[in-house]
Design a protein. Structure first.
Length: 158
């Protein structure tokens, strides 16, 4: 069996470019690898193209958007997970711009896919009253250390 251009590019990306040229961590490489395992699963299950048959010509913006939608809808992943998968794909297609420039327009179309906005959790801060309570708690006349219990009313959400 002859390797496809997709398999060669992906192998070089994961084994040479990310660890060597980019200096990516093992965790980043593992996450990117997981993304492409999911992508190949999507291509097989949803598009009917086996992993050993996927070629760069099969991959376009519409396929990538379908993949991202599949992650959210069929795999029930949140937008933040979708964005992690998109970041891996963006990195791969940035790499391909220089390795396969004959498809530059399509790679740039894929790179134009925006991340989805996600809800950021609010951060709780101590109120002025909470800070005062903390500063009043220590008993400087003894060496015993006691940990004060603070009321939830001492926290403010910003």
């Amino acid at each position: 069996m002859r390797p496809t251009d997709f398999s060669k590019s992906l192998t070089d990306f994961l084994t040479c470019y990310l660890p060597g040229e980019k200096g990516a961590s093992k965790n980043t490489i593992a996450s990117y690898k997981d993304t492409f395992i999911l992508f190949l699963t999507f291509m097989k299950d949803e598009k009917g193209i086996l992993a050993d048959k996927v070629m760069l010509k099969h991959v376009n913006k519409e396929i990538v958007v379908d993949f991202l939608d599949w992650i959210e809808e069929k795999r029930h992943c949140c937008a933040a997970t979708r964005n992690v998968r998109l970041a891996a794909l963006h990195s791969f297609f940035q790499y391909l711009q220089y390795q396969s420039p004959e498809n530059l327009l399509e790679w740039q179309r894929i790179l134009s896919i925006p991340v989805k906005k996600t809800e950021k959790p609010s951060i709780s801060y101590l109120s002025l009253e909470g800070i005062r309570l903390l500063l009043e708690q220590p008993d400087c006349s003894t060496r015993n250390v006691s940990i004060p219990v603070m009321k939830s009313s001492c926290f403010e959400e910003k």
